[in-house]
Design a protein around this ligand. Structure first.
Ligand code: SF4
Ligand code: SF4
Length: 337
């Protein structure tokens, strides 16, 4: 078996990427990963295996750890390194090294994206089955619920560590579009990510200001709604700011016919039509066309204006319309636990 074949096997590389493996690792890095195989080795052991100095082995491992290609855990005699897997590495690659992702031909990117979706569906099959049976059950998953802005602010307000990351869903699906720092890890996950040298640390105030900016951009907040009851120390919390055009979790839920169950929708917009001026701001704001014009006309302050209509069915309860309505006449009504 060639070194590339062994690398593909041990790192779980999707077949479509085999001709482009040099975009992911150098030949020396590949040799190290293949040499590690199923072992957990210290820096000194890697240095011996690679016939390099401990300093050089340490630098190589630090770089691979930063890029999610190897993992590190405490062991007797110092940290020990094990091989990661491409599925985890992919978020780093498409988020931080998007230039090499963009160099892939579109059909290869499409095949890898599809592979990623299939891997995701396998990885979370059990949790998605639980949610299918009861959409309101607590399960520990990223992007579990659609959050209103105030819920998202409350979540980050209690975090003792916050790490901000590029939205890998967007860079994966829409390479070449502007990168958005739309993903946050909190608590222990934030510390682990920062320890790798990824992302940037935010204070609570900075995180709240960033959330408000993402809200103004029209992104939907997702995260665990029941975190106080189930993860008050925020040991395992990721928070995303999503768009249905590229959000991986939204697309996964829809693909499984679990729209509004995952991510779980808890609210629906309700409008005080007597106070509505039919300005149409909510139409531009809603990503699901729940607000719309149908050609009807309404009289507002003696002026004929196009009437704004609302269909609750496509509403995802994100609250983006409510936070933007200049008259403040949209409230979010809770419809699920
Ligand atoms: S943004 Fe508010 S006031 Fe304007 S049309 Fe929508 S509900 Fe009415
Ligand atoms: S109508 Fe529903 S989905 Fe659309 S912006 Fe308002 S809350 Fe979000």
């Amino acid at each position: 078996m060639s070194t590339v074949d062994r690398f593909v096997k041990v790192f779980n590389l999707p077949p479509a990427l085999i001709p482009y493996v040099d975009l992911i690792v150098t030949s020396q890095e590949m040799e190290l990963v293949v040499g590690l195989g199923a072992q957990a080795l210290t820096v000194a052991e890697v240095a011996e295996m690679m016939r390099v100095s401990e300093e050089e082995a340490g630098a190589l491992l630090t770089e691979l750890f930063r890029r999610d290609i190897v993992d590190r855990k405490a062991a007797d005699g110092g940290a020990a390194y094990t091989v990661g897997n491409f599925y985890t590495n992919m978020d780093f690659w498409t988020g931080f090294e998007v230039g090499s992702w963009q160099r892939l031909p579109p059909q290869v990117r499409g095949a890898v994206s599809e592979w990623q979706m299939e891997e995701w569906l396998k990885l979370w099959e059990r949790e998605m089955d639980i949610i299918r049976r009861d959409p309101d059950t607590y399960v520990r998953m990223k992007n579990r619920d659609v959050l209103l802005l105030e819920e998202a602010l409350d979540l980050v307000g209690a975090a003792e560590a916050i790490c901000l990351l590029p939205c890998a869903c967007k860079t994966t699906t829409m390479p070449g579009s502007p990168i958005i720092e739309g993903s946050m890890r909190l608590g222990a996950r934030a510390r682990q990510t920062l320890e790798r040298g990824q992302g940037r640390s935010l204070t609570v105030d900075e995180a709240k200001a960033h959330l408000l900016a993402l809200d103004r951009m029209g992104l939907i907040h997702t995260g665990p709604r029941a975190w106080r009851a189930h993860d008050p120390q925020q040991e395992w919390i990721s928070h995303g700011n999503c768009h249905p055009a590229y959000s991986f979790p939204m697309r996964a839920g829809m693909r499984l016919g679990m729209t509004k169950a995952y991510p779980r929708v808890h609210h629906v917009a309700r409008v005080d039509w007597d106070a509505c001026t039919h300005c149409g701001v909510c139409i531009g704001r809603c990503l699901f066309s729940a607000f719309y014009h149908d050609g009807s006309v309404e009289s507002v302050h003696g002026q004929k204006v196009r009437q704004v209509k609302f269909d609750p069915e496509p509403c995802w309860g994100c609250g983006l319309c409510a936070s933007a309505c200049p008259e403040g006449v949209i409230v979010m009504e809770q419809i699920a636990g």
